[in-house]
Design a protein around this ligand. Structure first.
Ligand code: ADP
Ligand code: MG
Length: 568
């Protein structure tokens, strides 16, 4: 079975294409979104999703979130004393989603279409594909998130559509795509984005603003940075979400039995995140310019991503385009639904027969060169584009380069992605060396071919006609080219972690939630919550289904009461 997965920074979702429609798959708790959070206990016990998020407060050193931001880097997160890469942690999310599909359909999916931000570079894409492999999935296609959302929007009634713009602001990334639908062809005209801008940044701006007012005595200062950041982030997110529907909200947290709180108004929040809102404009302008489409020609501005629920963002969009955005797709579901439609396309489902999709390469790819200037000097470190941004994919382009020194025995190509004139301003993807016959400068040439496939993965061939030598590079530096044995070893290590059995999922999540409440309160109430947890765990130990059900109902009711009584 082929499934579609939205592997998000904050939330992930999985959908299947069945009987001619896209359908989201619920997780073990019945939710359609699974928070991209992983928590690992000392004994290898594993929590994924909501319960992992709930464990964040009590076990920050064992819990990871937002790790997609580290995708494609070698930076590790240390959980329960062991190191995990973003790939490993993403693989655990994917494994949880695979289990959900298996529980719904009775069949273990083997293949997937996974979405990535359009702005993900080659390293990040390869890392995402490896995460799929680590989770035991064959990744048939990577598809850009806004493209997936465009499919979900565009195929709503299958009619032709004027160009529309997909505006996707999630937890950590911002993507813009301009898409057209004509005669069953979904054509992405241009993509642009900022992979360092999302709801997380608004939380950060709000925390920074609120902290001085909240904590004039510096009670938060002595806390370990990890714990302090987790407290502030959670308080900020709760406050920010409340501001989506109210004109003021409480920013509140408890530290060492002292409750700190401050009221934040909509206007204060807006001014705290002014510089972030300003950054929403650039990618929009760039996408319009690259596609040669005027803002007035756009038929719709389609909002995707949880952070587009913020009124300050909606206001900015309305100002920017002079009209109200379209909310006809579900901002949290569109990407996963679109991914499963793409899965239907890859699997050649009859219901999608007439649909074709063309995407673009969202950034420029090229090599490092040196150029002689007219004064006889040599300027090094310059970028020579081979595939320019927003070229339709798949694409293959060749450029020819010449030797620069007499008797030069090899040419080294530094391979880069980006828009800067000097390569130092771009992302280095790798190096390729090719031997050349020694001749006077400029007499030997090398043809460099860049091929960019429909998953956005790059392959490079260099051919030296003079000697007939050919070199091929699958673009990755030594450091992150794991050999297959390494993948097997990592997969085995991850397989040792223990998922809770599905029938226990609700109880496990309930304990994590109760422990979070325990952390949130102090004094007598805290003691009482502690007793409730002890009693619930005791009931679980009896293994008597009736007692367990009673104890669970009791605890859920109490926690609901507490959450209702909360000032937030
Ligand atoms: P990602 O694609 O990065 O996984 P999502 O699209 O799920 O992210 O969006 C997550 C972001 O949306 C978070 O920063 C979250 O705080 C924000 N968000 C979700 N709901 C709301 C809301 N009602 N008001 C404000 N922000 C929200
Ligand atoms: Mg998303």
């Amino acid at each position: 079975m082929l499934i579609g997965i939205d592997l998000g920074t904050t939330n992930s979702a999985v959908a299947i294409w069945r009987d001619g429609t896209a359908q989201l798959v619920p997780n073990a708790l019945g939710g359609l979104l699974t928070p991209s959070a992983v928590s690992i206990g000392a004994d290898g016990q594993l929590w994924v999703g909501t319960p992992a998020l709930d464990r964040m407060a009590a076990h920050p050193a064992d819990t990871a979130t937002s790790f997609k931001r580290l995708m494609g880097t070698q930076r590790n997160a240390r959980l329960a004393g062991r190191d995990y890469t973003a790939e490993d942690l993403s693989a655990l999310i994917l494994s949880a989603l695979v289990r959900d599909v298996e529980a719904l359909t009775g069949e273990k999916p083997a293949e997937a279409v996974i979405t990535v931000p359009a702005y993900f570079n080659d390293r990040q894409r390869k890392a995402t594909r490896r995460a799929g492999e680590l989770a035991g999935l064959t990744v048939r296609r990577l598809i850009n998130e806004p493209t997936a959302a465009a499919l979900a929007f565009g195929l709503q009634d299958k009619g032709d559509r004027e160009p529309f713009l997909v505006f996707d602001l999630g937890g950590g990334t911002f993507d813009v795509s301009i898409v057209e639908m004509f005669d069953g062809i979904v054509e992405v005209r241009a993509s642009a984005g900022d992979n360092r801008l999302g709801g997380d940044d608004f939380d950060h701006a709000l925390s920074t603003f609120a902290r001085g007012r909240l904590d004039p005595d510096g009670l938060l200062d002595p806390l370990p940075a990890e714990r302090r950041d987790a407290l502030l982030k959670r308080a900020a997110e709760t406050c920010r979400r409340a501001l989506s529907t109210a004109s003021e909200a409480e920013f509140a947290l408890t530290v060492n039995e002292t409750r700190l709180s401050a009221t934040i108004t909509e206007a204060e929040f807006e001014s705290a995140c002014e510089s972030l809102v300003r950054r929403l404009r650039d990618p929009v302008v760039r996408a319009l310019r690259d596609s040669s489409i005027e803002a007035a020609e756009l038929s719709d501005i389609v909002l995707v991503g949880g952070a587009t629920r913020m009124p300050v963002v909606r206001k900015a969009i309305t100002r920017l385009f002079g009209r109200f955005p379209n909310s006809s797709v579900h901002p949290d579901h569109a990407v996963a639904l679109g991914a499963s439609m793409q899965a239907g396309l890859v699997g050649r489902d009859a219901a999608l027969e007439e649909i074709r999709i063309t995407d673009v390469c969202p950034f420029t790819l090229g090599v490092e060169v040196a150029e002689h200037d007219r004064y006889g000097g040599l300027q090094r470190g310059l970028f020579s584009p081979i595939i320019e941004r927003n070229t339709p994919v798949p694409v293959s382009r060749v450029s020819t380069y010449h030797t620069m020194g007499d008797g030069q025995k090899q040419i080294e190509f530094g391979i880069y992605q980006g828009e800067a004139r000097e390569v130092s301003g771009n992302v280095r993807l790798g190096t390729l060396q090719v031997p050349v016959p020694a001749r006077p400068a400029g007499e030997v040439s090398a043809e460099v071919r860049f091929s960019y496939d429909s998953s956005g993965l790059l392959e490079i061939d260099v051919h030296v006609p003079e000697s007939g030598t050919t070199r091929n590079l699958v673009i990755v530096d030594e450091e992150d080219r794991p050999d297959p044995k390494d993948i097997d070893r990592r997969r085995a290590a991850l397989a040792k972690l223990k998922f809770h059995p599905r029938e226990e999922a609700a109880n496990v999540a309930l304990i994590a939630r109760a422990e979070r409440c325990y952390e949130d309160h102090i004094g007598a109430l805290r003691q009482t919550i502690g007793q409730w947890i002890t009693e619930f765990v005791g009931a679980l130990d009896t293994q008597d289904p009736r007692r367990i059900a009673e104890a669970r109902d009791f605890l859920v009711e109490r926690l609901d009461e507490l959450d209702r009584a909360s000032p937030l």
